[in-house]
Ligand binder design. Structure first.
Ligand code: C2O
Length: 493
């Protein structure tokens, strides 16, 4: 693990995590990238250096710290052409931010083109030395991270219109159908100990149904927010989501399958979509355990540990600002339209447009994709599911939100809805309603976290409290002079 002060070189490297060699783009030269960790209250200073040379893929880069609010530091949020110009080869960019309020399980990934599908993704954990969860559940070990990924045998630049993944990887290892029986990841435990496993979906596309044979899981954290304990046997985790689960190693010493099964994927015992939970003292053998998928996670059963109420008037449409986002796919099935508009990245980042003096959201580009939000308001977003290629997991930067209506439910919960930063909007006939408070000035991306859908236009930008958007610090502004061709034209400072 590295951090909170670290250098992160971005490199090309040929790797074969499932036995099939391909060129990749990696943070720190590994897949997944190194665990970045720090404590609540720390200053994180991550210097990202672009060392990319393979021109068959994009050689620029940009990193987003998924789930961190970046209050007062919108300019290091990371999405290319929203808050920054991409970093170009031979250059670096210092992501310098504080994490004053948040703790839990996060991740980081490229937010440039479809680069994270080529490998640039890794976990990030913020520890809270006073975390009530540690004491509530008496965990002996809270540092085990389990990343769940999809993996492709082709470069993202060669992806077909509807990309299909070749394998799923747990902690960077996995097998593909018909492929070699490469070694799987092993999570070691000692009998009698309690573990907090931090599950991170670093998926580009599919959800995964996660379970550990023979072991119940107690969910205690969702996307960096502590929740009341909820017992499940399995949970479906969508692209970008995180869960902390407590598992007691209370079964006979042995090997057990850890399963991470994509939709339609196989629950088999040959090591597809799997890793191994190995008790100390057990032989180094494959498990012979069987799946126990009886008690699934139901999202409406998740409730915040503290401050559970959703903001605003507790009736549908009762927020200060009510916005519907209707998503459709075009006839050719190549682009998504949100309220009739395909998001097309502007050549000048939205933040640069704002800092150069754009006074209203209406004048910001790309037009039709920017929604202005006034400060200190409750915002309600209503998003119907059912767009082709779903269920779509939507993600909001700069905030977590209360899910007052979950996919598959007609009822609302304003009393104690789950708070998270990615939610599935479900299938045809579903509708999701979320709420948040505009307490964080900046342009914030809102998009489908299926990365192929983001690049096909499934995104909008919320221009929140434009007059109070944080000004660049000196380091960022000198970096921008190097990275943004139009910088001097736009900013005189
Ligand atoms: Cu994890 Cu805009 O993304």
């Amino acid at each position: 693990a590295i951090g909170p002060i670290a250098t992160l070189p971005i490199v090309n490297k040929v790797i074969a995590p499932d036995g099939y060699s391909r060129d990749t783009v990696l943070a720190g030269g590994t897949f997944p990238g190194p665990l970045i960790q720090g404590n609540k209250g720390n200053d994180f200073k991550i210097n990202v250096i672009d060392q990319l040379t393979d021109t068959s893929m994009p050689t620029a880069t940009s990193i987003h710290w998924h789930g961190l609010f970046q209050h007062t530091t919108n300019y290091v949020d990371g999405p290319a052409f929203v808050t920054q110009c991409p970093i170009i080869p031979g250059h670096s960019f210092l992501y310098d931010f504080n994490v004053p309020q948040q703790a839990g399980t996060f991740w980081y990934h490229s937010h440039f083109a479809n680069q994270y599908c080529d490998g640039l993704r890794g976990p990030l954990v913020v520890y809270d030395p006073n975390d009530p969860q540690k004491h509530l559940y008496d965990v002996d070990n809270e540092s085990t991270v389990i990343t769940l990924a999809d993996w492709y045998h082709y470069l993202s630049t060669n992806a077909p219109p509807i990309p299909a993944f070749n394998s799923s990887l747990i902690n960077g290892k996995g097998r593909y159908p018909g492929g070699p029986a490469v070694a799987l990841s092993v999570v070691n435990v000692s009998r009698g100990q309690r573990y907090r496993f931090r599950l991170v979906s670093i998926s580009c596309d599919p959800s995964f149904t996660f379970s550990i044979d023979g072991h119940q899981l107690t969910i205690i954290e969702v996307d960096g927010n502590n929740v009341q304990p909820l017992h499940v046997d399995n949970l479906e985790i969508f692209a970008g989501q995180r869960y902390s689960v407590v598992m007691t190693a209370n079964q006979p010493v042995g090997n057990y399958w850890i399963r991470s099964v994509p939709p339609g994927g196989e629950v088999d015992n040959s090591g597809l979509n799997a890793a191994i939970l190995r008790y100390n003292g057990a032989p180094s053998k494959n498990p012979t355990s069987n799946s126990s998928l009886s008690l699934p996670l139901v999202e409406t059963n998740l409730h915040p540990l503290t401050n559970p109420r959703a903001p605003g008037n507790p009736v549908p449409g009762g927020a200060d600002i009510n916005i519907n986002l209707n998503v459709v796919i075009n006839d050719a099935h190549t682009q998504f339209l949100v309220n009739g508009v395909v998001f097309d990245p502007p050549s000048v980042p939205v933040l640069l447009q704002i800092l150069s003096g754009a006074s209203s959201a209406a004048s910001l580009l790309p037009s039709g994709s920017i929604y202005g939000l006034e400060p200190n308001k409750v915002v309600e977003l209503v998003i119907p599911g059912g767009a082709v290629g779903g269920p779509h997991p939507v993600h909001l930067h700069g905030h977590a939100f209360s899910v007052v209506r979950s996919a598959g439910n007609s009822t609302y919960n304003f009393d104690n809805p789950v708070v998270r930063d990615v939610v599935s909007i479900g299938n045809t006939g579903d509708e999701v309603t979320i709420r948040f408070v505009t307490d964080n000035p900046g342009p914030w991306f809102f998009h489908c976290h299926i990365d192929w859908h983001l690049s096909a236009g499934f995104a909008v930008v919320f221009a929140e409290d434009v007059p109070d958007v944080p000004k660049l610090d000196g380091g960022v502004s000198s970096a921008w002079k190097q990275l943004c061709p139009l910088y001097n034209q736009y900013i005189n400072q």
